[in-house]
Ligand binder design. Structure first.
Ligand code: SF4
Ligand code: SF4
Length: 95
């Protein structure tokens, strides 16, 4: 099992989730975060932290965002780790 960042994080990147992750498994590109499934310990701490409900346990990913499970696994390992909360993108919706 792992946890998956889905579509609502796109163009948003509030990074509340990063601040609570005990194992530093969030990675970022310009627009969105990804969780590395090989590092995630399934603690679930990040789920309630995300103000736009972008994170799901892989067993709970909505059907319309199913492809994000593979996308997170593919993208995360090659992108830089993000370990500290920072300002969201200007395009982020209000909390
Ligand atoms: S808190 Fe949610 S929207 Fe913000 S970076 Fe994390 S997953 Fe993305
Ligand atoms: S479930 Fe836990 S280990 Fe996995 S990304 Fe969220 S906070 Fe990190």
């Amino acid at each position: 099992m792992t946890h998956v960042v889905c579509e609502p994080c796109n163009n948003c990147k509030y990074t509340d989730c990063v601040a609570v992750c005990p194992v530093e498994c969030f990675h970022e590109d310009e627009f969105i975060l990804y969780i590395d499934p090989d590092e995630c310990i399934d603690c679930g701490l990040c789920i309630p932290e995300c103000p736009v409900e972008a994170i799901f346990a892989d067993s709970d990913v909505p059907e319309k965002w199913e492809h994000y499970t593979e996308l997170n696994a593919e993208k995360a390992p090659d992108l830089p780790v993000i370990t500290e909360q920072k300002d969201p993108l200007p395009t982020a919706p209000p909390k």
